[in-house]
Design a protein around this ligand. Structure first.
Ligand code: FES
Length: 107
């Protein structure tokens, strides 16, 4: 039997607050989240801390479905949270919902 996980849906932004390809830092309790609106319109949320040396990913350069860490340029997939080769690691990802132009993160 699978257990249904109860998640909280937290309102974090209006679509108008999210320019394309510019990260936004959102703090919800102990969760520090980097929110991105990609050039294809998708909204993604990942942990705002690079697995290398805690670089603030919300300040990274966004390209396609990746963000480049502002500190040492690691490339991270904003959907899976996976660091791309030759580097290694993973950041936590969060589910995002957009309803009537309001962006919610499930935590
Ligand atoms: S802290 Fe992100 S690449 Fe070094």
């Amino acid at each position: 039997m699978s257990k249904v996980e109860e998640k909280q849906k937290i309102q974090v932004a209006h679509l108008n607050d999210l320019p394309l390809q510019v990260g936004k830092e959102v703090i919800i309790g102990e969760h520090e989240i980097a929110l991105f609106r990609l050039s294809n319109g998708k909204i993604k949320a990942i942990e705002n801390r690079c697995p290398h040396k805690q670089g603030p990913l919300s300040q990274g350069i966004v390209s396609g479905e990746y963000v480049f860490c502002p500190l040492h340029d690691w490339k991270i997939d904003v959907t899976s949270g996976e660091v791309q080769k030759p580097d290694d690691g993973c950041v936590k990802t969060y589910t995002v919902e957009v309803i009537n132009d309001i962006v919610y993160v499930l935590i």
